[in-house]
Design a protein around this ligand. Structure first.
Ligand code: MG
Length: 376
C-alpha cells in the first residue's frame, strides 16, 4: 500500500535567526528538509513538497542530486490550510495521504509504518507521545497551578488519513489550522493515536539543530568492501559504471565492475545485510552481463527496506593501467546518482601498485571501499 506523501515546507522564517526558510538550512551537510524526504519517500507512490513559489528553485536545486522519482511541488497559499489543500489536489488516485512537517527531519521508519498501518484500518492516525514532565498552567496574574498530565499527549507528524476523509474535512471547515487531525475530528471521525518517537523532534531553536545532529550521528554505521577481477582480452572495462577504453577488460558473470562490487559490499556490510554474492549470485542467468550499477541500485533498495540510506563513501581502485584520472569525475557522478547522494559525499581515487603484485603485472584490477550509512 503506497500513500501520497505531503511534506509541508512552506513555513516562514524562524526562531533560528536564519535569513531563509529554516528547512533549507544545512543539517550535517544536507538541507534539513531532505531528511524528511528520504524518510518518507520509500513509503510513497508520490511525494508532494509544499513550498513557497519563490523558493521552489532553491528546493529543486537541493533535490536535483538525489534524482528521486515521483516528487512533485505544490505552492503554499496564504495560510497552511491553503497549502495543504493545494497538495491534496495532487493526491487523486491514492487511498492514503501522509502529511508531514519538513521541520521534523527524523521520523523513524517503524513509526511511519505503524501510523500507515493504523490509518489503513481507522482512516485517521497520528503519532503521539505521553508527556513525561509535570505540567503547570499559568493564569493572567502569573500564578500557576498543576495540570494533570495523564490524559495529555504531544502530537507529532506524519499524520495519515484516508484521502476522501481528509479532503472532506478540509472542504467542511473554513478554520485556519496547524493540525490536520483536528479537522477530521470536527467531522465526528475518531483520530487514532499511535506511539510516536522521542527522536522525531521538531526543529524550532538552535538547540534543536544541535540535538538533531547528535541523533543523526548516533545512527551512522560503517562498512568495508574489497573485490578483485581478472583482466582478459575481448571484454569491456567498466569501472564505477563508466566505460574506460582499454586493450583488456575485466572477466566476470556481470559486467565485472570491480569498483562497484567493492562499494556494494561496503554498503551492505554497513547494514549487516550480507554481501553482493548472496543477493546477486553469479550462477543466476538473470545477472549475466548485467550492469553493476543496476545491482548497486538494488542494494540501495534492500538497504531502504532495512531502514538505511547511504551517507558517504570512499573508493580506491588499484590498477596499473589504464590511467583513470580522466574518468574519475564521471564515475563520481554515476555513483552519486545511484546512491542518491550529493557529489561531494562520493570520493573515488585510483592508484597503481608501482608494478608490484598481480595488479602491477596487469593480471587484474582490485578495489577497496569504505561506506557510511545512516539509520532511518
Ligand atoms: Mg566481483
Amino acid at each position: 500500500m503506497r500513500a501520497c506523501g505531503i511534506i509541508v515546507a512552506a513555513g516562514a522564517g524562524s526562531r533560528l535567526n536564519a535569513d531563509k526558510n529554516k528547512v533549507l538550512l544545512p543539517l550535517l551537510g544536507q538541507p534539513m528538509f531532505m531528511y524528511a524526504v528520504l524518510a518518507l519517500h520509500p513509503f510513497c507512490g508520490r511525494l508532494v513538497l509544499v513550498v513557497k513559489e519563490e523558493e521552489q528553485a532553491a528546493f529543486e536545486g537541493a533535490l536535483a542530486p538525489y534524482a528521486l522519482p515521483n516528487v512533485m511541488f505544490a505552492h503554499g497559499g496564504k495560510e497552511r490550510r491553503h497549502s495543504v489543500e493545494n497538495a491534496l489536489s495532487l493526491a487523486a488516485g491514492f487511498d492514503l495521504v501522509m502529511i508531514h512537517d519538513a521541520a521534523r527531519p527524523l521520523p523513524s521508519r517503524e513509526m511511519i509504518q505503524r501510523t500507515l498501518d493504523a490509518a489503513l484500518v481507522s482512516g485517521a492516525a497520528v503519532p503521539a507521545l505521553p508527556i513525561a514532565d509535570s505540567l503547570r498552567l499559568v493564569d493572567e496574574q502569573g500564578f500557576s497551578k498543576a495540570v494533570p498530565r495523564e490524559r495529555l499527549f504531544a502530537v507529532q507528524t506524519p499524520q495519515v488519513f484516508s484521502r476522501p476523509l481528509i479532503v472532506k474535512a478540509y472542504q467542511a471547515s473554513a478554520v485556519a489550522t496547524t493540525d490536520d487531525a483536528s479537522l477530521v475530528e470536527q467531522l465526528g471521525h475518531k483520530v487514532e493515536l499511535v506511539q510516536g518517537d522521542m527522536k522525531n523532534i521538531k526543529i524550532t531553536l538552535k538547540e534543536d539543530l544541535a540535538m538533531a545532529e547528535r541523533l543523526i550521528l548516533s545512527g551512522i554505521r560503517i562498512g568495508t568492501g574489497f573485490d578483485t577481477h581478472r583482466l582478459v582480452p575481448g571484454r569491456d572495462l567498466t569501472l564505477c559504471g563508466v566505460n574506460v577504453p582499454h586493450t583488456l577488460g575485466l572477466l566476470g558473470h556481470s559486467d565485472a565492475d570491480v569498483a562497484l562490487h567493492a562499494l556494494t559490499d561496503a554498503l551492505l556490510g554497513a547494514c549487516a545485510l550480507g554481501d553482493i554474492g548472496a543477493h546477486f549470485p553469479d550462477n543466476k542467468a538473470e545477472y549475466k552481463g548485467i550492469s553493476s550499477l543496476h545491482l548497486l541500485r538494488e542494494a540501495v533498495r534492500l538497504m531502504a527496506q532495512a531502514g538505511f540510506v547511504p551517507w558517504q563513501c570512499d573508493l580506491t581502485i588499484l590498477a596499473q593501467k589504464p590511467k583513470l584520472a580522466p574518468y574519475i569525475s564521471s564515475m563520481r557522478e554515476q555513483v552519486a546518482l545511484a546512491l542518491s547522494l550529493p557529489f561531494d559525499r562520493v570520493s573515488i581515487k585510483a592508484t597503481t601498485t608501482e608494478g608490484l603484485g598481480f595488479e602491477g603485472r596487469e593480471e587484474g584490477i582490485s578495489a577497496q571501499a569504505v561506506a557510511q550509512v545512516r539509520e532511518i
